[in-house]
Structure formats: C-alpha cells, structure tokens
Design a binder for this molecule. Structure first.
Ligand code: 5GP
Length: 175
C-alpha cells in the first residue's frame, strides 16, 4: 500500500498576499465597468474565488460552472465536461473566469470556446496556479497567482481524490 506525502510549496501568507495583489490589479484594469461577472470553475477554484472577490473593488456577480478533466487520481483524461445550472446569461457581460490551475490547458480551452459562443463584452482569465511545462493547448491566463513546477499539488481548494481541499496552504503530493 502506498502512502501519500506532502511537501509545503506555497504558504497561506504568500497566497493571501498574492490574492490581494491580483485583486488590486484586476480592479485597476476593470475600473469603470458597471459590473463584473466572476465565473468560478468548480470545484478547485472555490476557495481562491471566495478570497479573490473580497479583494475586488468593482461590483460583482458570482456564478459557478463545473469542469472536470480528471477522474479519480492525478492523470488528466483530456476529455472535459462542462456543466452549469443553466440559469445565468453572459450575453453582454464583462466576465472574469477564475480557475484553480492550468496544467495541460485543455480544460480552460474548452471553457473559453464555450464562453466565446456567448456574446461577452469582455473575457479575462485568472488562474491561481500555472504549470507551463505540462501545457498541451496554447492558452495563458491574463492573471496568474504563481507559476509552479510540473508536480501534482493539493490544498487551498485543490484535491487529491476529493481530499485535502481544506489545507490553507499549497503542497506537493507524492505517492
Ligand atoms: P488541464 O485541463 O489544464 O490539464 O487541467 C486543469 C484541471 O485539472 C484543473 O482545473 C484541476 O482541477 C486539475 N489539475 C491539474 N493539475 C492539478 C494539480 O496539480 N493538482 C490538482 N489537485 N488538480 C490539478
């Protein structure tokens, strides 16, 4: 039986400081718009989005979509399914898509294609973490919290088989 070990990568304090910086930067860039629709990609971005919206000084709505490219475990299936509750209309909206991590980029690319079918006023992407070494689809976030090496990480919303989302810091999981 294998045991998972964790190695701290980004402390809660560094995350909080970076989220505040991102909030200030996004608020500055979007100053003057009537309303921002923050679209949080479930489940991994829920903690990041909750902290980020509290650092924004533009009026917001918050919506949620679900995208999954991983089954149980750590290998991306490459197939992405998207779900939302079907009640939000993004036509004419300024949208900030909030993702936990960009790995291969396949998930984000699929979401962006989906959103581009709607008539958004603007689309910006904010990802807490970026693993550029794993990229398969040519896509980048407009705002990135931290660029990290190609390791599987957990904590601050990110899971391993549904667990460890509650950790206040980000850690590398090895098993
Ligand atoms: P991509 O489609 O870019 O390969 O993967 C994006 C999604 O895979 C992320 O939104 C996240 O749910 C999951 N993912 C990718 N890398 C990691 C990782 O290191 N840790 C965790 N917990 N999830 C990851």
């Amino acid at each position: 039986m294998s045991t998972t070990t964790f190695k701290a990568l980004i402390s809660a304090e560094r995350i909080a400081a970076r989220v505040a910086e991102l909030g200030a930067e996004i608020s500055g860039d979007l100053a003057g718009i009537n309303e921002l629709t923050v679209v949080c990609v479930l489940k991994g971005a829920f903690i990041f989005a909750a902290d980020l919206v509290r650092q924004l000084s533009v009026p917001c709505r918050v919506e949620f979509i679900r995208a999954s490219s991983y089954g149980a475990g750590r290998a991306s299936s490459g197939e992405v399914t998207l779900e939302n509750d079907g009640v939000f209309d993004l036509d004419g909206k300024h949208v900030l898509l909030v993702e936990d991590i960009i790995d291969t980029g396949l998930t984000l690319s699929s979401i962006v294609v989906e959103l581009q079918n709607q008539h958004l006023a603007s689309l910006r992407i904010c990802a807490l973490l970026d693993k550029p070494l794993a990229r398969k689809a040519p896509i980048e976030a407009d705002y990135t919290g931290f660029t990290i090496p190609d390791h599987f990480v957990v904590g601050y919303g990110l899971d391993l088989d549904g667990r460890h989302r509650e950790l206040p810091f980000i850690a590398i999981a090895n098993r």
